[in-house]
Design a protein around this ligand. Structure first.
Ligand SMILES: Nc1ncnc2[nH]cnc12
Ligand SMILES: [Zn+2]
Length: 337
């Protein structure tokens, strides 16, 4: 039986909305938009999800995103993910989107943004799930292209809380984007960055010192540098760790070898997240469950992870407190059963 702790109220802080495109929706949107996919069936799409590393996944993810064309497509994609949140106790979610993946093939920024934000607004009212939006720059493209994307996003500043950095990490250090992130912070955006997923600890240091990030996305390679581990613990810089993703992309050979528990026990502010749930075999609850089973996480670990998810979020302190209170009530109810 599933542990009742797996349905704890929690937040998700690392989810690429394009990575929630399930094969069924990919095939349906391809049909709706008259696009021919290189797969004959939903099963064939799913069968292609065997990855050796980050790049082999990104090639497929980027190709899959081509079926997203209209505002309705972006709405449907986002709404499907938000329904999963509601079903799994995810009370708040901070969602990445990659405008360059869409704008570079002629889809207007406005179309992408309105489809996603309309679904977020509807989820707040109809599902009681709160959210924030984070714009990610594709790091294998140039800093100039990222700056142009930032400028395109300025009119939408009120609905985008932060900027981030994703895609191929190796060879594209955070320092490449220092000027873009300086400008983003000057324009009022918070910052996050993928670092230490495949890249070395130096990339995590750069994200902290040069990009002045509030959180590190992944960050699991921090353990290779004890001074960095101390710094992350002392400053409580959150890591948005994605267990199933790390196994699917061969960052760890198997879940039993994942360092999530080690990082928690070292006092780091670790959170659990799904990254690209349609590609990696699970949403947030499945990530919690897989990590709990393989690593023997205790109730204390699971409760700490749920608390960390709200504390590491970009919610205002009063809203964080109110979710933490909801969590306490939930725990008290479980204890009294
Ligand atoms: N795991 C990941 N790392 C970097 N970029 C991504 N984009 C989507 N998923 C990603
Ligand atoms: Zn990611």
């Amino acid at each position: 039986m599933r542990s009742p702790l797996l349905t704890l109220p929690k937040a998700e802080l690392h989810i690429h909305i394009e990575g929630s495109l399930e094969p069924e929706m990919m095939v349906a949107l391809a049909q709706r938009n008259g696009i021919t996919l290189p797969y004959e069936s939903v099963e064939a799409v799913r069968a292609a999800y065997q990855f050796e590393n980050l790049q082999s996944f990104l090639n497929l993810y980027y190709a899959g995103a081509q079926v997203l064309q209209s505002e309705q497509d972006f709405y449907d994609l986002t709404w499907a993910y938000l329904q999963k949140c509601a079903a799994q106790g995810v009370r708040h979610t901070e969602i990445f989107f990659d405008p360059q993946t869409h704008c570079d093939r002629g889809i207007p920024f406005e179309v992408v943004h309105s489809g996603i934000t309309q679904a977020l607004l509807d989820a707040r009212v109809q599902l009681g799930v709160s959210s924030a939006l984070i714009l990610c720059f594709l790091r294998h493209l140039s800093a100039e292209a990222a700056m142009a994307t930032l400028e395109q996003a300025l009119p939408y500043r009120g609905s985008i809380i932060a900027v981030g950095l994703d895609f191929s990490e190796l060879g594209h250090p955070p320092s490449k984007f220092q000027a873009v992130f300086d400008r983003a912070r000057a324009e009022g955006f918070l910052t996050v960055a993928h670092a230490g997923e495949e890249g070395p600890p130096e990339y995590i240091w750069e994200a902290i010192h040069l990009l002045k990030v509030s959180r590190i996305d992944h960050g699991v390679r921090c353990v290779e540098d004890p001074a960095l581990v101390n710094y992350l613990a002392e400053h409580q810089i959150p890591l948005t760790v994605c267990p199933l993703s790390n196994i699917k992309l061969c960052v760890f050979d198997e879940m039993a070898q994942h360092n999530l528990k080690q990082l928690l026990d070292l006092g780091l502010c670790v959170t659990v997240n799904s990254d690209d749930p349609a590609y990696f075999g699970g949403y947030l609850a499945e990530n919690f469950e897989a990590a709990e089973l393989a690593l023997g996480l205790t109730s204390e670990h699971l409760i700490q992870l749920a608390k960390n998810s709200f504390k590491a979020s970009f919610l205002p302190p009063a809203e964080q407190q109110s979710y933490l209170q909801e969590l306490s009530v939930h725990l008290a109810n479980i204890e009294s059963i």
